[in-house]
Structures are given as structure tokens and as C-alpha cells.
Design a protein around this ligand. Structure first.
Ligand code: UD1
Ligand code: CA
Length: 457
């Protein structure tokens, strides 16, 4: 088996982001740029992943977790060659090293595998792409006759003729470790930037008779780097469009593929319909025939077959059973599990609660830390008073309970099976099964009462 090492360069300052956050921690599709790169690298099952950090290094280490990562510090940023040099002692004697950039987040596993194929275990290989406007990039110089790569020339060092080359270096390359150990320490900084260019390796390779292979990325945005907020926003759009197209391909109906945001993984069954401006975060699973209305936010949620999420609803860390009706304007918070046929209506908040088959709470309620049975009807404005100012307490509502509107259930409390609670009650004690319980002061009318007269100023 070929030994593969990965080195991710992430020591740059990212000045053009105008941010105190290190560049590689800015997020794309809800995840730090560096996390995208690391996750892709992991798919290649390398022997080692080194991340070269400098600017904001401590913050990066605290944010990005992984026992499989080897952190390498580059104190001063003296160029890409210098950056890789810092990781040299971590690289095995043989095998290949793949160089990735922490600010080029979307390179695909397919493209990297292709690069591995052309490197063939022994060649150097560069990943290039052709740009309409190549300004600022290193240009790929090829032999006119054979077409073989002979050098990479940086913008500032390029001749007028070389500046006309549109094929550019993405920065991603594969180099056999034997050559890195041999050549990297000999790189000089005699160039326009006075930096140690990693790209000088290519010329050295050619001089030593080692073939430099090349391959191109499938789509240009895969190899686009992030230097400022504009590029970050553009890349986000490319990626979202890609995710939306993939969903459409799989048969999901998106009312407008340009108005959906996926920040994680969205797994859909058959005949799922998603209206505009929905955000999906973490892992979201939608069963067959699920409908999600406009402007919903779902994070780490599972929604079973046939359920309908109406507009402006949000949910996080929840499991929704089959054929439920949620919203509009519902908020379902972590730890909630709904059985099938449950209805949660407008302006209802549910937190850390289980709700049984066929139960309904349709208007303006708060259900927290509760266990609700089957066929329960919770009237408008019902509140579970789960917090006494110090501790949280549980409310138990058994099967077939009917709770009248505007009721407060002061936890810990149990509403026994078949209970009916009269509207406007404050319930503090367990209720007997199958009886009407109410707590209300008697209605009185005062004869001869009149409103106070208006005082003239
Ligand atoms: C580099 C390439 C250029 C290529 C371009 C693609 C070199 C000499 N040039 O140029 O051919 O077209 O990328 O975007 O390699 N970094 C460090 N330490 C350093 C310097 C850089 O970790 O001392 C990291 C940066 O954080 C960044 C990456 O390396 O992730 C690229 O560095 P950058 O300065 O942007 O290189 P370019 O000049 O754009
Ligand atoms: Ca750059």
C-alpha cells in the first residue's frame, strides 16, 4: 500500500478578511473552511494529516478537533515552501505527500483521486485549472513540443509572455517524499516576493528528470481560494447551487433551487417537497412525502413519512413521527420526540418533551419537560410551569386528557388519564382520572358599579 501524507497549509494571516477570526475558521455551509479540507483529506485514509498553522494558531487548534491531526507551527510566514519545510520532519521517508490549502475548502475527493492516479506513486503531480482571468496566480509553463509541465512561475516573476498563460497552479500538488526530503531544504527565496516558493520544486523535478504530471479539477469553483468576504460569499453560492442540484437529481422538489441553504447533510426520501428559504443544519432526515413550508429552520432533525412542516417553523435535535402537522410558527426545541399524527400549531413552543400518538396542541402554548400521552388535547394558551426559579420539574399528562384554554400546569404535576381541566385553571396537584378539575374564583358581577369619570386637565 502506498503511504500517503497530507499537509494542509493554513498559516497565512488572511488580512483581506478584515476579521479577528483566523481565515480558515470562517465558515462555508456552516463549517470552518479548514474542516472542509480536513474532512476531504480523511476520505483518502492518509497515514498522517499535518496542519501548518501560524496566525491565530491557538484558536484554530482549540476549534478544530481530531486526534488524527498533527499540528505544525510556522512562526513566520516566509512562503509556501517554508511552510511545508516546517512539516518535513513529520513526513515519512517514502510514499507521497499531498499538499492542500486551508483556504481552498471545496476540492472534491474525485479530483484528488485523479491527481493520485496521474502521480502514479512516483511522479510529481500538480492540479491545475484554466481561468479566463489568471491574474495573481502561478502560471503552469509547459514544453511547447511535448506539452509537459516544466515550471510554475508566480505572477510577479512572470515574463509578459508567461502572463498570457491561462492555465494556473491551484496550489494543490503531490510530491514523492524522497524528493521533498532532498529538495525542499535547498529552495531559495531569490524572487520578487523574497519568499520560499514551494512551486520551485516543480522546476527542480524537471531538472532532475522526474516527470511532472498534471490533472484538472472537474469544476473551477472546487479550486477557488477564499481571500476575502466576497470570495467566501461567492463560493458559498456555488456550493449551495451544487447541493440543490444534487437534491433535484435525487428527485426532491425544490420550489426554487437558488433559495435553499444546506449547512450539513440533508437526506431525503421520495416525493419530498421543500419551499423557499429553508435552512438545514447538522444532519436532517426527511422521510417520504414530507413537506417543508417556506422559511423553516431544521437542525439535527428527523421527520418521518408524510409529516408537514408549515412555514416559519424551527426545530432542533428533535424526532418527528409520521403524519404530524407542525406550524406555522412552531418552535420545537432539543430533546423533543413526537409520535405519529401529532399536531403542533402556531406559536407553540415544545421543549424536551414526548408527545403521544394523535395529541394536539394547536395554539399559543408552552410545553416543557413534559410527557404527554395519546389523544390529548391541549387548549390554547396552556403553559407548563416547569421552572420554579431554581429547578426544572416534569409535567405528566396521561392519555385522553382534555386541557381547557389558558391553563397553567405547575410542575411537578400529573394530569391523570381522561382528566378534563376547566379553562383558566392553575393546577398544582395531581388530578383524579376521568373527572373535571378546575381552579377558578367564582364569577361575580357588581351591581351599580361604574367606570371612574375622566379627569379634565
Ligand atoms: C500560491 C502559489 C501559486 C498558486 C496560488 C493558488 C506558491 C509560491 N504560489 O500563491 O502558484 O497559483 O497559491 O492560490 O506556492 N501559507 C502558509 N505559510 C506561508 C505562506 C502561505 O501557511 O508562509 C498558506 C496560506 O495560508 C494559504 C496557502 O499557503 O493557505 C497559499 O498561500 P498564499 O500566500 O495565498 O499563496 P499565493 O501567493 O496565493
Ligand atoms: Ca492565495
Amino acid at each position: 500500500m502506498l503511504k500517503l501524507n497530507v499537509v494542509i497549509l493554513a498559516a497565512g494571516a488572511g488580512k483581506r478578511m478584515h476579521s479577528s477570526l483566523p481565515k480558515v475558521l470562517h465558515t462555508l455551509a456552516g463549517r470552518p473552511l479548514l474542516t472542509h479540507v480536513i474532512n476531504t483529506a480523511r476520505k483518502l485514509s492518509p497515514n498522517k494529516i499535518c496542519v501548518v498553522i501560524g496566525h491565530g494558531g491557538e484558536t484554530i487548534r482549540q476549534t478544530i478537533i481530531g486526534d488524527d491531526l498533527t499540528w505544525v507551527i510556522q512562526e513566520r510566514q516566509l512562503g509556501t515552501g517554508h511552510a511545508l519545510m516546517q512539516a518535513l520532519s513529520q513526513l515519512s521517508d517514502d510514499g507521497l505527500t499531498l499538499i492542500l490549502y486551508g483556504d481552498v475548502p471545496l476540492v472534491s475527493i474525485h479530483t484528488l483521486r485523479q491527481l493520485l492516479v496521474v502521480a502514479d506513486g512516483r511522479n510529481c503531480a500538480v492540479l491545475s485549472t484554466v481561468l479566463v482571468n489568471p491574474f495573481g496566480y502561478g502560471r503552469i509553463v509547459r514544453d511547447i513540443e511535448t506539452g509537459a509541465v516544466t515550471a510554475i512561475v508566480e505572477q510577479k516573476d512572470a515574463s509578459a509572455e508567461q502572463q498570457d498563460i491561462h492555465e494556473i497552479n491551484t496550489g494543490i500538488m503531490l510530491i514523492p517524499n524522497v524528493y521533498l526530503h532532498k529538495w525542499l531544504p535547498t529552495i531559495k527565496n531569490e524572487n520578487a516576493h523574497q519568499e520560499y516558493y514551494l512551486t520551485d520544486i516543480i522546476e527542480m523535478s524537471v531538472k532532475n528528470g522526474i516527470h511532472v504530471a498534471s490533472s484538472q479539477a472537474e469544476s473551477f469553483w472546487e479550486v477557488m481560494g477564499v481571500n476575502n468576504k466576497l470570495q467566501l460569499a461567492e463560493l458559498e453560492r456555488y456550493f449551495q447551487k451544487y447541493c440543490a442540484n444534487k437534491l433535484l437529481d435525487e428527485g426532491v422538489s425544490l420550489i426554487d433551487p437558488l433559495r435553499i441553504d444546506i449547512r450539513g447533510e440533508l437526506i431525503c426520501g421520495a416525493d419530498v417537497e421543500i419551499d423557499i428559504n429553508c435552512i438545514f443544519e447538522g444532519t436532517v432526515k426527511l422521510g417520504n412525502h414530507v413537506q417543508v413550508g417556506a422559511h423553516c429552520i431544521l437542525r439535527n432533525a428527523t421527520v418521518a413519512t408524510g409529516s408537514v412542516i408549515r412555514p416559519y417553523s424551527m426545530m432542533e435535535d428533535v424526532e418527528i413521527g409520521e403524519n404530524c402537522k407542525i406550524g406555522p410558527y412552531a418552535r420545537i426545541r432539543p430533546g423533543t420526540r413526537l409520535a405519529s399524527e401529532v399536531q403542533i400549531g402556531n406559536f407553540v413552543e415544545v421543549k424536551n418533551s414526548q408527545i403521544g400518538v394523535g395529541s394536539k396542541t394547536n395554539h399559543l402554548s408552552y410545553i416543557g419537560d413534559s410527557c404527554v400521552g395519546k389523544n390529548v388535547n391541549i387548549g390554547a394558551g396552556t403553559i407548563t410551569c416547569n421552572y420554579d426559579g431554581t429547578n426544572k420539574h416534569v409535567t405528566i399528562i396521561e392519555d385522553d386528557v382534555f386541557i381547557g384554554s389558558d391553563t397553567q400546569l405547575v410542575a411537578p404535576v400529573k394530569i391523570s388519564k381522561g382528566s378534563t381541566i376547566g379553562a383558566g385553571s392553575t393546577i398544582t396537584k395531581e388530578t383524579p382520572a376521568d373527572q373535571l378539575t378546575l381552579s377558578r374564583s367564582k364569577q361575580v358581577s357588581i351591581v351599580g358599579w361604574g367606570r371612574p369619570p375622566k379627569i379634565k386637565k
